[in-house]
Design a protein around this ligand. Structure first.
Ligand code: FAD
Length: 411
C-alpha cells in the first residue's frame, strides 16, 4: 500500500497552505484534488490579514508574480452615499493592502508551487472514504482513470471546501445559524483603469439584496448579487444569465460601470452555502477552511480563514507528529472560532441593519472607523481593538446610540 505522513484533501487555499507548511517542515505530503486545475471557484476578494498566512507558508513570492489587481480598501455604497474604508488607516498594525484575485489562477499557482517543492499533488482524484484509527488513517480515492486506490497516512487534513468530505462522512454537518441566502454571479469584461478600482464595491441594491463588484487586473471583474432566497423569487423563471443581467440593470451604481455587459464565464447561482460543523477535529483528522464553518460572502472572510486555519493546523500537526502534545481544542478550535465569531457579529450586524446604519452616519463613524477597518481587514484576533473584544454587543449598542441621536430634536 502507498504511504505518506499526511494526506491533504483539496488543493484550495487551505489545502495548499497547509501542505506547504508541512512540506517545509520535512513531512511527506500527498494532496488529493477532485478537479483538474485551473478550476473556477467563487471568492476573489482577499483580506490584508491573509498576506501573513501567505508569508508564513512561504508562498508570498508566488502570488506577487501573478500581477493581480491590488486591493487597498472596500467601498460601501447606499442610495448615493459612499463609505470608503482604506486599509492604510487601521487600528491594528498590519498589512494595508492585498489582492483581488481570480481564484482559478491563484489556487492553481499555489497548488503547482507546493507540488514543485515536493508535495505529491494528484488532480482529478476524489476521496471517497477514510478508515480512521489511532495509529494510521487509510484513505480511499478514485484516480483520474476512475480506478480505486488506497493510501495510508498518519493524519488527514480535510481542506475540501464545499465538498465537506469528512463532515459528510462522519455526520458532523450542523445547520448554520445564519438565514439561507442565494448568490447570482459571474465574470464580465471590465477595464480596471482607475485608482478607485483598487478596492471592491459593496452595493446596497434593495433592502433585501446587496451586490459586489471586484475588478481584476486583466480586463475582467467579478460581479454578484446576494440576498435571502425569496428576494430572488421574481427571477425564478429566468436562466442564470438572464437573472444576472436583470440584477445588474437594477443597480443604478453597477449598471453604468459595466455598460454593455459581456460575460467572460457562464453566470451561476448558488444557495444555502452557509454551513457549520459539530467538531473541527477528531482521531486522525482536522478540518480546515470551508469544511469547518462558512458564514457569508459579505466581508470576504472565506479565503482568509481558509489560509489561517490551513497554516495553523499544519503547524500544530507538525508538533504532534514530532511527539509533542497538542491541545487541539484550545490551540486550534478556540482560536479559529474566536475569529469566526467576531465576523459572525459583523455579518449579523450587516443583515439586521445596525452596521449599515453605522457606516452611513459619517460623523459618528469617524471616531471608530480605524477600529472597524481592522475588522474588515481580517484582524479579528486583536483583542486590544474594542470592535473585536466586544464584537457581540458593540454594533447593537452603537446603532441604538445613533437611533437616540436621530430622535433628539435639534437644539
Ligand atoms: P476551496 O477553495 O473550495 O477548495 C476545496 C477543494 O477541494 C476544491 O478544489 C475541490 O475540488 C476539492 N475537493 C472537494 N471534494 C473533494 C474530494 N472528495 N476529494 C478531493 N478533493 C475534493 N471568500 C473570500 O475570501 N472572498 C470573497 O470575495 C468570497 N466571495 C464569496 C462569494 C460567495 C457567493 C460564496 C458562497 C463564497 C465566497 N467566499 C469568498 C468564500 C470562498 O469561496 C471560500 O471560503 C474559499 O474558497 C474556501 O477555501 P478552501 O480552501 O476551504 O476550499
Amino acid at each position: 500500500m502507498r504511504k505518506c505522513d499526511v494526506v491533504v484533501i483539496g488543493a484550495g487555499p487551505s489545502g495548499s497552505l497547509a501542505a506547504s507548511v508541512l512540506q517545509q517542515k520535512g513531512w511527506e505530503v500527498t494532496m488529493l484534488e477532485k478537479q483538474r486545475f485551473p478550476r473556477f471557484v467563487i471568492g476573489e476578494s482577499l483580506l490584508p490579514r491573509c498576506m501573513e498566512s501567505l508569508e508564513e507558508a512561504g508562498l508570498m513570492n508566488v502570488v506577487e508574480k501573478l500581477g493581480f489587481q491590488k486591493k487597498v480598501g472596500a467601498r460601501f455604497y447606499k442610495d448615493g452615499e459612499i463609505c470608503d474604508f482604506d486599509f492604510s488607516q487601521q487600528f491594528t498594525e498590519g498589512w494595508s493592502w492585498t489582492w483581488q484575485a481570480p481564484r482559478s489562477e491563484l489556487d492553481m499557482a499555489l497548488a503547482e508551487e507546493v507540488a514543485s517543492r515536493g508535495v505529491n499533488l494528484k488532480y482529478e482524484t476524489t476521496v471517497t472514504h477514510i478508515d480512521f484509527g489511532a495509529e494510521k488513517q487509510v484513505v480511499f480515492y478514485t484516480d483520474v482513470a476512475g480506478k480505486e486506490e488506497v493510501i495510508e497516512c498518519q493524519f488527514v487534513i480535510d481542506g475540501s471546501g464545499y465538498g465537506r468530505v469528512v463532515p459528510r462522512m462522519l455526520g458532523l454537518d450542523k445547520p448554520s445559524d445564519l438565514a439561507p441566502r442565494m448568490a447570482v454571479f459571474g465574470h464580465v469584461k471590465y477595464d480596471a483603469i482607475h485608482e478607485y478600482d483598487k478596492r471592491i464595491d459593496i452595493v446596497t441594491v434593495t433592502d433585501k439584496i446587496w451586490a459586489w463588484l471586484i475588478p481584476f487586473s486583466d480586463g475582467r471583474a467579478s460581479v454578484g448579487f446576494v440576498g435571502v432566497i425569496e428576494a430572488f423569487d421574481h427571477l425564478k423563471d429566468l436562466s442564470d444569465k438572464e437573472s444576472l443581467l436583470k440584477l445588474i440593470a437594477s443597480s443604478a451604481y453597477i449598471a453604468p460601470k459595466l455598460g454593455d455587459v459581456e460575460f467572460t464565464m457562464e453566470a451561476k447561482k448558488i444557495s444555502a452555502y452557509s454551513s457549520a460543523v459539530s467538531r473541527f477535529h477528531g482521531e486522525g483528522f482536522v478540518l480546515t477552511g470551508n469544511s469547518t464553518e462558512f458564514l457569508d460572502p459579505i466581508f470576504s472572510s472565506g479565503v482568509t480563514f481558509a489560509m489561517e486555519s490551513g497554516v495553523l493546523a499544519a503547524k500544530l500537526l507538525d508538533r504532534q507528529l514530532r511527539g509533542e502534545a497538542v491541545d487541539w481544542d484550545t490551540e486550534y478550535v478556540a482560536y479559529i472560532q474566536r475569529g469566526v465569531d467576531t465576523f459572525r457579529s459583523y455579518v449579523k450586524g450587516w443583515y439586521d441593519g445596525s452596521l449599515p446604519k453605522i457606516f452611513f452616519s459619517p460623523s459618528s463613524l469617524q471616531q471608530f472607523k480605524d477600529q472597524i477597518c481592522s475588522v474588515l481587514a481580517g484582524y479579528v484576533w486583536d483583542e486590544s481593538n474594542p470592535f473585536v473584544k466586544k464584537h457581540s454587543r458593540i454594533l447593537t449598542t452603537l446603532s441604538k446610540v445613533l437611533d437616540i441621536q436621530m430622535d433628539k430634536p435639534e437644539e
